[in-house]
Design a protein around this ligand. Structure first.
Ligand SMILES: C[S@@+](CC[C@H](N)C(=O)[O-])C[C@H]1O[C@@H](n2cnc3c(N)ncnc32)[C@H](O)[C@@H]1O
Length: 191
């Protein structure tokens, strides 16, 4: 793993991979619910359905839960690649469909040539806690290098700062304050 990373959740759980795996899989379920079970926007799903061998890359793939769900909707000829700088949460290859492969990258470093200009879709999610302040443009340029011409970058975020409650909730307000202060103190990107 990159030593200067601001992403703290791997550090806090490095001796308890199972706990972190469970957290990420639960997070996926919450997100799936909020997105009405849409893994990608419908127009992009339609486009992938018309592509004989679609290629999809997920950055910060974690446990590969999103890729495994996506694989169920695509033909066996699809190429699905999950990349992360912490490979400890990756499932064993035998537990994956044969068209999913997983590998190491740091999203802030140039990607290996084999991945560049290759994918119809690049997806990442919940990356706000790993987005360094003032490095956003560099990161997006790096992500775009993975796409074939006309490909889609799909970046999905959610977080306490975006949430609201009706009637107004003091508890949510406190959570938002803590989250905001943490992000500021850690030098993470929020704008
Ligand atoms: C950003 S979340 C996304 C998890 C999962 N894809 C999901 O949507 O539920 C956590 C993952 O980001 C990875 N990550 C954080 N910073 C990264 C970086 N600079 N490069 C690659 N992966 C990173 C962590 O190792 C962790 O597996």
């Amino acid at each position: 793993m990159a030593t200067d990373s601001l992403y703290i959740l791997n550090e806090s759980v490095k001796n308890d991979i199972e706990k972190e795996t469970a957290r990420l899989e639960l997070q996926h379920r919450f997100f799936d619910d909020a997105m009405n079970n849409e893994l990608l926007p419908p127009h992009i799903m339609d486009q992938l359905a018309e592509t004989p061998s679609p290629r999809v890359c997920e950055i910060a793939a974690g446990t590969a839960i999103w890729l495994k769900e996506l694989a169920k909707t695509l033909p066996a000829s699809a190429e699905l690649v999950g990349l992360d700088f912490d490979v400890s949460k990756f499932p064993e290859p035998e537990a994956l469909p044969s068209n999913i492969s997983l590998g190491f990258v740091d999203a802030y470093e140039p990607f290996p040539m084999e991945y560049q200009n290759r994918f119809d879709v690049v997806h990442l999610r919940h990356f706000i806690l790993a987005t360094k302040k003032d490095h956003g443009v560099l990161l997006v340029q790096n992500l775009l290098s993975l796409l074939r011409p006309g490909g889609w970058l799909v970046w999905v975020e959610a977080g306490a700062p975006l949430a609201s409650a009706e009637p107004p909730s003091e508890a949510l307000f406190q959570v938002q304050k803590i989250y905001y202060n943490f992000i500021k103190a850690a030098g993470l990107e929020i704008e």
